[in-house]
Design a protein around this ligand. Structure first.
Ligand SMILES: [Zn+2]
Ligand SMILES: [Zn+2]
Length: 326
């Protein structure tokens, strides 16, 4: 019986299946399929480290960060095979280093750098000068990873990775007149292509320009909506970092609030700021439970609103703890 791996490559040249459940399995991957295989492995690594990555030193995980090395290496490997596939389609002889003197027994294939240069001279419209330079630079980084020492900055390597991935997709379209598709890793691919346009780090998290404006606006709104209200009362909200003082006052304890990081793990408010509206992490100033799930209040409001509507209502200021007061 034939069982087919769930990730199939839907490309014009046909579908690629690995047939399992046979006693002996032999396989041969041509250049392009070999390239896809490296790319798939690279995306698998990306899904572990790059997809929801934090650059906050308090939350970073070195064991994960080091995977950037392999993630990047696999992508360079994939693009090297893509270039060789294109050369071989122009003429099969072009994937050999010295085309005038090919050893029959041990033909030496062209190096990564030479394949870039050869393609650039043969098809300047397919491979622009600046792209060729970038590819060579990425190859140098790969060589350092493999043969020399490793120095990694997760933001820098990710920016290069996303740009290189975008180049892979573009070259694939230009070389073969069809788009690279992979449904299994669709989410990662869309994010990488979005990040290839540029991303910024705010409080250790990655944002596209649009996303960054949104998060800043949400944090600003959080600072303006400093009170909670119900039919009878107004309570000032608990600022991030003051949770443990509230719990202490109410005679409660919650392991999660014993340590305060610089930024809220959910909404990125920093110590002393109000959380974003509807942050998961925020505690109710009245009962000490999670604010978004308790029933103490009807909603958020500004201090101006409390002043205008405080007739017959007691304004309760529970959050009079000094920041960092032990
Ligand atoms: Zn928060
Ligand atoms: Zn409550």
């Amino acid at each position: 019986m034939r069982r087919v791996e769930e990730d199939e490559w839907e490309i014009e040249i046909g579908k690629f299946f690995i047939i399992k459940d046979v006693d002996i399995m032999e396989f041969e991957l041509d250049l392009l399929r070999n390239s896809y295989d490296y790319l798939k492995e690279s995306l698998e690594y990306y899904s572990k480290i790059g997809y929801d990555e934090s650059h906050d030193p308090e939350r970073e995980n070195m064991n994960l960060k080091i995977k950037w090395k392999t993630t990047f290496l696999l992508l360079v490997q994939a693009i090297e095979l893509l270039l060789k596939e294109k050369l071989s389609r122009i003429s099969p002889i072009l994937i050999y280093d010295n085309i005038d003197n090919i050893s029959i027994n041990n033909p030496k294939t062209i190096s990564y750098k030479n394949s870039i240069n050869r393609l650039k001279y043969l098809k300047p419209k397919l491979l622009k000068d600046e792209d060729a330079k970038f590819l060579i630079k990425c190859g140098d980084i790969r060589n350092d990873f493999v043969h020399y020492k490793v120095k990694l900055n997760s933001i820098d390597i990710k920016k290069k990775y996303c740009k290189l991935f975008e180049l892979y997709v573009n070259l694939h379209s230009k070389f073969f007149n069809n788009k690279y598709k992979n449904y299994k890793y669709r989410g990662q691919i869309l994010q990488i292509l979005e990040f290839a346009k540029g991303f910024e780090i705010f409080r250790g998290q990655e944002y596209s320009k649009k996303g960054l404006n949104r998060v800043k606006a949400d944090l600003k709104e959080g600072q303006e909506m400093s009170f909670m209200y119900n039919d009878n009362e107004f309570f000032e909200r608990i600022r991030y970092g003051n949770e443990k003082y509230l719990l202490n006052k109410l005679g409660m304890n919650d392991f999660y609030y014993n340590k305060t990081y610089k930024y809220c793990g959910d909404c990125l408010a920093t110590i002393g700021e109000y959380h974003m509206v509807e942050c998961d992490w925020e505690l109710c100033p009245k009962c000490g439970d999670q604010l978004i799930t308790c029933d103490c209040f009807k909603g958020y409001c500004s201090i101006e609103y409390t002043k205008e509507n405080s007739e017959n209502k007691s304004l309760t200021l529970t959050n009079d703890f000094a920041i960092n007061k032990e």
